[in-house]
Design a protein around this ligand. Structure first.
Ligand SMILES: Nc1ncnc2c1ncn2[C@@H]1O[C@H](COP(=O)(O)OP(=O)(O)OP(=O)(O)O)[C@@H](O)[C@H]1O
Length: 226
């Protein structure tokens, strides 16, 4: 187990009143598993993913990451956990436009202040893993959506995170790129990573080891029909 939600919820106080974005949820995230989080718009999927990735704090309950309660972590420890333990992939790729594909992948390692020889080697390995070595000198706008997402995946895995969290990683992609990106994510889980993917698209269940459905802030496991 890499992460665990223990009765964790998220409640927002808005001008319109108190709003439960995610009801109390208990959930284990395992290594070598691709977990799909599905559900309608506004149901609480991103909130669930953000709790797992320490992007937000639970209102009640707790989140454990690598055997440590986030409630006991300082802000610095949380930031370190996000940088070293978790890789994020987003719908809009979030690549930095002025940088090449290669520089985008290297960026998290520069944040970690690794020696440049290690940065070079690990960047090359990550690019090779997603089959993007030939495109490394291009800028994001010279790449297709699917290629940009593969660069975003390389950037997420270059730090060798144990947990890869993806928010609608295929929503901006055509069918062919969806298959390529989901195959990459499945390979990552086969290689031992815990991969959690938020999606609107129930067809992606074909790639999942486990599926959680979130409806009106209530998360529950659903049985896969195979
Ligand atoms: N900071 C916030 N303050 C108030 N309400 C919020 C906040 N963040 C999210 N919400 C609300 O919580 C609910 C769940 O949001 P969330 O982003 O988790 O849904 P989602 O299932 O990921 O939606 P989508 O598929 O459209 O991205 C929504 O109704 C949203 O408006």
């Amino acid at each position: 187990m890499i992460a665990e939600l223990k009765e964790a919820n998220k409640i927002y106080e808005t001008p319109a009143g108190v709003f439960t974005a995610l009801d109390k949820t208990t959930l284990v995230i395992n290594e070598a598993e691709l977990l799909l989080i599905i559900g309608p718009s506004g149901s609480g999927k991103t909130t669930l993913l953000s709790l797992i990735g320490c992007l937000i704090d639970p209102t009640e309950g707790d989140v454990w990451l690598q055997g440590q309660s986030v409630r006991e972590m300082s802000a610095k420890q949380m930031a370190d956990a996000r940088l070293n333990l978790v890789g994020f992939v987003f719908q809009q790729f979030n690549l930095l436009a002025p940088l090449t594909a290669e520089e985008n992948v290297a960026f998290p390692l520069q944040m970690q202040r690794l020696p440049s020889v290690d940065i070079k080697r690990r960047t090359a390995e990550a690019l090779a893993k997603v089959n993007m070595t030939d495109h490394r000198r291009k800028s994001p706008k010279q790449l297709s959506g699917g290629q940009q997402q593969r660069i975003a995946i390389a950037r997420a895995l270059v730090t060798n995170p144990k947990l890869v969290l993806c928010d609608e990683p295929t929503a901006s992609l055509d069918k062919e790129s969806v298959d390529i990106v989901m195959d990459e994510l499945r390979l990552l889980s086969r290689a031992g990573k815990a991969v959690a993917v938020v999606t609107h698209d129930p067809r992606l269940s074909a790639y999942a080891d486990r599926v959680i459905e979130v409806n009106s802030g209530i998360a529950r496991p659903i049985t896969l029909e195979r």
